[in-house]
Design a protein around this ligand. Structure first.
Ligand SMILES: [Zn+2]
Length: 276
């Protein structure tokens, strides 16, 4: 996690001076002072994770579904890796699989770069991703190596088979006790009748300030004619923003493998109480 010392408020700077006994302390010069900074900055950077892995079935899903969160997270100091499961080889008519894979890999790198993220490729082929033991083990090894604090994956109840498989693979690795990441599912949409099914959000992310860069990043997948379908994602961001009382939002479902999907079992009550 990168520490932005500019975020340190005046009060905390005074506290820091009291602790260290050095008035007008220059924070960058001492490891000890950095440790104090770290402690004091936690409330300001508590949403940042060291590494976030966004698992995307095809090039373009990550930007369209999670572009706002990715941009927010990078700004907060996280390293974001977009793990692309398939090369989207079938996604460009008139091109061979290899030609399409190369074109889409380049688009994926450019789009991720605009958001400040990195790209990694899993190596599966478009429309052929299986939620089997081999891919579960392979994804598990990749995530153990990357050691993310957060992993995002598509909600398995999706109309596209690669999306279903990606979500299930992430869910299976999430059960692996060697892994310690938090898993969130994201939703996809496209032309009418291809929306994620039965998606009940547990978390909302305000992406109002990131709508422009999210759009630009998604539109960099030019081979997919995104201007024809990206409007669905803007409509979705408006709906999720309406639910969350902000202009635009992305919605997620937190997975919990010990107390029920999405943590809803943690908030169930016997009676209602006044106030928040
Ligand atoms: Zn897709």
């Amino acid at each position: 996690m990168k520490i932005n010392t500019n975020l340190l408020c005046t009060t905390n700077k005074r506290i820091l001076s009291l602790i260290t006994g050095i008035p007008g302390i220059t924070i960058k010069k001492s490891i000890a002072r950095r440790m104090f900074c770290w402690m004091l900055l936690i409330p300001w950077t508590s949403t940042a994770q060291d590494t976030i892995v966004v698992i995307t079935p095809h090039p373009d899903d990550a930007e369209a579904s999670c572009g706002g969160l990715i941009a927010n997270s990078v700004a907060a100091g996280s390293t974001v890796i977009i793990l692309t499961m398939t090369g989207g080889e079938l996604g460009i008519s008139g091109k061979s699989r290899e030609e399409a894979r190369v074109i889409r890999a380049e688009e994926a790198k450019n789009a991720a770069s605009l958001l400040g993220a990195k790209v990694q490729f899993f190596g599966a082929v478009d429309a052929s991703l299986a939620a089997d033991s081999i891919n579960t083990a392979k994804l598990g090894e990749i995530l153990l190596q990357l050691h993310p604090g957060l992993v995002l994956a598509p909600w398995p109840m999706d109309v596209h088979a690669d999306h279903q498989a990606t979500g299930l693979l992430a869910w299976r690795v999430f059960q692996d006790k060697r892994c310690s990441f938090s898993l969130f599912f994201y939703e996809t949409t496209n032309s009418p009748h291809t929306k994620t099914f039965a998606f009940t959000p547990t978390d909302y992310i305000d992406i109002t300030g990131q709508m422009t860069i999210k759009r630009k990043a998604t539109l960099l997948h030019t081979s997919q004619n995104p201007s024809e379908w990206y409007g669905m994602y803007e409509t979705l961001a408006t709906v999720r923003g309406y639910e969350a009382d902000v202009p635009f939002a992305e919605a997620y479902i937190r997975a919990q493998n010990s107390s029920g999907m999405g943590g809803r079992s943690n908030i169930i009550k016997k009676v209602l109480s006044a106030g928040k």
